[in-house]
Design a protein around this ligand. Structure first.
Ligand SMILES: Cc1cc(NC(=O)CCC(=O)O)nc(C)c1Br
Ligand SMILES: [Fe+3]
Length: 250
């Protein structure tokens, strides 16, 4: 396994992993979006949620993007969007988050292998970001419609694990709405339910938004890299840095 991948420390039944992989491959192929429920099971899901709650109460979340409220410039009070923190899953007090990350890695790498010899959806996945733990603090915080990877930065699959027990979408809001390209006026409405994992292509095929949440809403996101696109993005970034840092008299 490439170095960035944790050994699959957890012995989630191989057959289950296989079955999930088949679902991921067929759904990503057909829709570019895939939802898997009861991903870890209630006990492990709760263990992950408790670690996130402990981190949140320890004040480890940084304030996320600032969104000025509807009143616009006049009223300087802004409601915070998501609050985030980044983890590699090896931190102490994060063993269960680390186990979740290993499980998602196992699914993605297996799907990578199962799909026509080592490529899922024409990608060869060889790395990922750290895990971004996000909290929408409720009282109307939301995330505006956007594309995760609009300019080929290398990220090909977004994986989001939701942690919200007893979530009532009517009362609590916080719906993730995806506007898949080519679906005409259809949308994919994903409730941020406990122990649910969502996969979707990170590029322009899947603009998405988080509608205002009225209860604290937690999610853990991983972005997986396509080897080729990532290399090109790094080379482009390196060239730009060299150009801008070009000494004056050259
Ligand atoms: C910081 C950041 C967060 C997100 N999050 C979502 O799209 C919300 C998904 C959900 O919680 O349902 N996306 C990007 C491109 C950035 Br950058
Ligand atoms: Fe996003």
């Amino acid at each position: 396994l490439p170095p960035f991948l944790h050994r699959n420390r957890n012995n989630l039944d191989e057959r289950i992993i296989d079955q999930i992989c088949r679902n991921v491959i067929t759904d990503m192929d057909q829709y570019g979006v895939c939802v898997v429920d009861t991903f870890l099971g209630a006990e492990k899901g709760m263990a992950v949620l408790n670690e996130v709650l402990n981190m949140y109460s320890a004040g480890l979340f940084k304030d996320g993007q600032l969104v000025s409220n509807k009143a616009g410039a006049s009223d300087l009070k802004t409601i915070r969007g998501d609050q985030i923190t980044w983890l590699d899953g090896k931190e102490k007090q994060c063993q269960n988050i680390g186990m979740l990350i290993s499980q998602v890695d196992a699914i993605i790498m297996r799907a990578n292998k199962m799909y026509n010899n080592g490529r899922i959806g024409n990608y060869t996945i060889n790395g990922r970001t750290k895990a971004m733990v996000a909290c929408y603090p409720g009282y109307g915080s939301h995330y505006v419609k956007h594309v995760d990877n609009p300019n080929r930065d290398g990220r090909c699959i977004t994986a989001i694990y939701y942690l919200n027990k007893d979530w009532d979408i009517k009362k609590n809001g916080g719906l993730l709405r995806i506007f898949p390209e080519g679906w005409r006026d259809q949308v994919a409405d994903i409730e941020p339910l406990f122990d649910r994992i969502l996969f979707f292509w990170s590029d322009r095929r899947n603009p998405h938004e988080v509608q205002p949440a009225y209860k604290t809403r937690y999610a853990i996101t991983l972005w997986y890299f396509d080897a080729e696109e990532r290399n090109q993005a790094c080379r482009r970034y390196q060239r730009e840095r060299e150009m801008h840092n070009q000494p004056k008299n050259s």
